[in-house]
Design a protein around this ligand. Structure first.
Ligand code: ADP
Length: 215
């Protein structure tokens, strides 16, 4: 299966993607995670991406599309993948179409996670992520770890993402509305979009998502 996950920052894309990828036995490809890995390794790509991310802006397509394509062409992705955070604008959606066409394959679905804006801001302000695995996500209030700053799953260090400050979150939401939302209409015209509410418990949302994808 080839799936694109869309939704505003804080919708729970990373959390859901990890579960769905496991259930569907396909790799979870997150451009945000790829950028963060490049930043922590100090690569040239990471250096370029960091200033855009910190400001809540999109990393230029010239960098992003090649990075996403390289990842999609790795051997574990031949039978499918779950894209999280890519495409994020129309130019990237068109580039993805080209990449799929070259490979003679198609998208099966675009899963749209819907969540109200005030909920997004609450979720992101308290979000804490494990340094070992970005799918180990906690919340300072709603889903606090047993020991502050320590991941319940693996004992890793929890941190707040540099772009999770209130000011940057507002910018990311604005970018989502202007740049990313138009791709939902683009895919709707192709009959690919399934929308579900991302409110509720993590496993409830996963169950809804699996149901929607089966149809
Ligand atoms: P979220 O979905 O919570 O906003 P991500 O981890 O997906 O977080 O992305 C974080 C940041 O990484 C984005 O705000 C952007 O700067 C950059 N980024 C991720 N994916 C892309 C992309 N496809 N195109 C451009 N920039 C991207």
């Amino acid at each position: 299966m080839r799936i694109v996950l869309v939704g505003p920052p804080g919708a729970g894309k990373g959390t859901q993607a990890a579960y769905l990828a496991k259930n569907l036995d396909i790799p979870h490809i997150s451009t945000g995670d790829l950028f963060r890995a490049n930043i922590s390794q100090g690569t040239a790509l990471g250096v370029e991406a960091q200033s855009y991310m910190k400001a809540g802006q999109l990393v230029p397509d010239s960098v992003t599309i090649g990075m996403a394509q390289d990842r999609m062409e790795q051997s574990d992705a031949v039978n499918g993948f779950l894209l999280d955070g890519f495409p994020r604008n129309l130019a990237q959606a068109e580039a993805l179409d080209e990449i799929l066409k070259e490979g003679g394959v198609q998208l099966d679905a675009v899963l749209d996670l819907e969540v109200p804006e005030d909920e997004v801001v609450k979720r992101i302000a308290g979000r804490r992520i494990c340094r070992n695995d970005s799918s180990h996500v906690f919340h300072a209030i709603y889903n606090a770890p047993a020991a502050e700053g320590v991941c319940d799953v693996c004992g890793g260090e929890l941190y707040q993402r540099e772009d999770d400050s209130e000011e940057t979150v507002r910018k990311r939401l604005e970018v989502y509305h202007t740049e990313t939302e138009p791709i939902i209409d683009y895919y709707r015209a192709q009959g690919l979009v399934v929308t579900i509410s991302a409110l509720g418990k993590v496993d409830e949302v996963t169950a809804k998502a699996m149901d929607a994808l089966k149809k």
